[in-house]
Structure formats: C-alpha cells, structure tokens
Design a protein around this ligand. Structure first.
Ligand code: ASP
Length: 345
C-alpha cells in the first residue's frame, strides 16, 4: 500500500540520516592532476578530455572535444546525431557549457539540424552577451558561425520512432485531467529506459580550472519544444571554479524543479564530499516528489536521476536515486568505470 503523503514526508524527514546511512556508498575516487568525469556512456569522452588537457587544453575545450565523440556517434540514441526524435519525428537537441575561470555559461535548446550542440553552446558563451538561445534563433546563430544544417534523424532512429507512432497508446507526454492520487492515466508511467539518456562531462585542467558540459537529444518522443534540464544552468550542470562541478542525467523535470546541480555544488561548498552532495540531491528530489503518478507503491520516486560531481581537490563520485550503476572517470590512472552510490536498491 502506498503511504499517505503526510506519512511519507514525515518518514523522510525523520529518517533522512538513516536513509543516507543505508544508501550504498562506494569508495570516493581522488586524483590530483587532470581529471574528467562523465555519465557511463562517456568513457571515450573522459579519456579524450584528459588527453586534450595533457596536451595543454583548457578544461572547457577538453570536455567539449570529449562529448563531441558521443554527439557524432549514430549508435548513441540519446545524444546528437542518431538521437531519438520528438513526437513529430524531429531531432531536437539541448546543450549547455560552463567555464569555471570566467564563471560564464552558454546554452542552446530545441536546436534542430546541428550535429554538435555543445560547440554552439560554447559560441553562445564566447560570442554573445547571452546565456541561452533556443530553436530557430539558436539555429540561425549556428549558421552565422558556419555550421551547416544536416538531417540528424538516422534510419534506425526513424524506424524506432515509426514503431512508437504505430503503437501509440500510453507513451506520450500529454496528460488527461487528473488529481494528485491518480496513478493510471493511460500514460507512460513506466517508460522504458531507452527514452532517457544524455552525456554530462566535467574536468579539471592542468591549471586547476574546472569546466562542464551536458548535451542530449532529451526525452525520446517528447512534445515538440519540450526543454529538459540539460541546457539549464543549475539544473543539468553547474560549475564553480573554487568549489567543483556537478551534472545530471535522467528525468530532467525533477532537476528543473530542484535545481539539483546547483544544489550539489553548494553542498560541496559547505563541506560535503562529492558523493554526499549527490546523495543529498537525490534525497531532496525524493522529498519533493508528491504526486502519486510519480511514485512507486512504497511512495518513492518511480523515476531515476543520476548525478556526477567532482571537487576542487579532484575527488569524484556519483549517485542516483535508484539502483546500482556506473559512471566514467579518467585521471592519471587511465579511463575506467566506477560504481555510483544510490538511495534505493
Ligand atoms: N535529462 C535529460 C532530459 O531530461 C534526459 C536524460 O538524461 O535522460 O532531457
């Protein structure tokens, strides 16, 4: 039976410490010198980023070069070229970058036809006085800087989209009128995992400067125009050169509502390890998830969000709301996957 909202809230408040104590906490990995972290799909990206840093690159350029590998990979269905399209069959990309030394950020959202949204986000940072450009304005800006417009929908991604349309039933994002206790809305409460995915990458360079990037094709089959957390500074990523950086993948709406990446960096500023800060953000989302349609029978979030963080000392860790998983890290010991902490098994 689902606990009432009041009971669930009290439970979480009273057991915040106990909850954290039972959360699985793998060893924190610490490194000096160049270090890069990414979501699991970023093993090649972190290796590349550290290579670039060792060759003298600034952390911002290094992480962007790293994630470009995934943006151009037709087999990653969640990022850039080959990403799954929106409900109309159009690939719409979101990306943001943040540069620690200058504190500047740049981002693009709902960008169509450009394979490397992270590069356009960097241009927004470098060549405008703005932070976020969207849709046609972002595409025009990219074209002004020499990017060509391409069809990003691969044959395989198109076939997956066609299959989705042909079986269209309860897998879109339109909701009928409902109350907080409704669970079965005939809507996709149990989205299959291929609907989600993104790459986040943060790094420390040889000068000790920190920068971050997040890039994604967003939620598969989303309502056209839907923007997730990835291009929103403070939600999909945040970076403070004196403290550290954090980024996320998973249900973007939860991060938008909780400013999770900013929260993680602020927790690290207050002394949390990267792992504790990431778990704190997971707990905050659990506390703020009140609607029955977003909860499982135990009253826990029925969705997942993953966080990746590093601090100024080069300590790295990640945590997610639910289930064991791994993230990517590269440092002087090479590139590898490491275990992430989690709140619920
Ligand atoms: N966070 C991304 C979004 O909401 C998707 C994901 O990471 O799976 O667009």
């Amino acid at each position: 039976m689902k606990k009432s909202l009041m009971n669930r809230r009290d439970f979480i408040r009273n057991s915040a410490v106990a909850g954290a104590a039972t959360a699985l906490r793998p060893k924190i990995h610490s490194a000096t010198g160049p270090v890069a972290i990414a979501s699991r799909n970023g093993l090649g990206a972190v290796a590349r980023a550290v290579e670039e840093i060792n060759a003298g690159a600034d952390a911002l350029d290094a992480v962007i070069t790293g994630v470009n590998l995934v943006e151009e990979d037709p087999n990653d269905r969640t990022v850039g070229y080959g990403g799954l399209p929106n409900a109309d069959g159009v690939v719409e990309l979101d990306s943001a970058v943040m540069h620690g030394p200058t504190g500047r950020a740049g981002a693009v959202a709902s960008l169509q036809g450009i394979k490397y949204p992270s590069k356009v986000a960097r241009l927004v940072l470098q060549r405008t006085d703005h932070v976020l450009l969207v849709a046609k304005g972002a595409q025009d800006f990219a074209r002004m800087h020499g990017f060509s417009i391409e069809n990003l929908l691969t044959g395989e991604a198109r076939e997956i989209w066609v299959r989705w349309r042909e079986t269209l039933s309860n897998r879109d994002d339109y909701l009928p009128p409902h109350g907080p206790d409704d669970v079965d809305l005939g809507q996709a409460m149990k989205r299959s995992y291929e609907h989600w995915g993104t790459i986040h990458c943060s790094a420390i360079d040889l000068q000790g400067n920190i920068s971050s990037v997040t890039t994604t094709s967003g939620l598969a089959f989303k309502i056209p125009g839907r923007v997730g957390d990835s291009p929103i500074i403070g939600a999909g990523l945040y970076c403070d050169n004196e403290v550290g950086a954090a980024g996320s993948t998973g249900r973007g709406e939860a991060n938008l509502e909780n400013c999770s990446s900013f929260l993680i960096v602020e927790r690290m500023r207050m002394g949390d390890s990267p792992q504790d800060a990431c778990l704190y953000a997971c707990e905050r989302i659990a506390q703020n998830t009140h609607l029955a349609r977003l909860q499982n029978q135990a009253g826990e979030p029925a969705f997942n969000v993953s966080f990746y963080a590093l601090n100024k000392a080069g300590e790295v860790a990640g945590a997610r709301i639910r289930g064991a998983a791994q993230m990517s890290v590269a440092d002087k010991n090479g590139a590898r996957h490491i275990d992430m902490a989690y709140l619920y098994a």
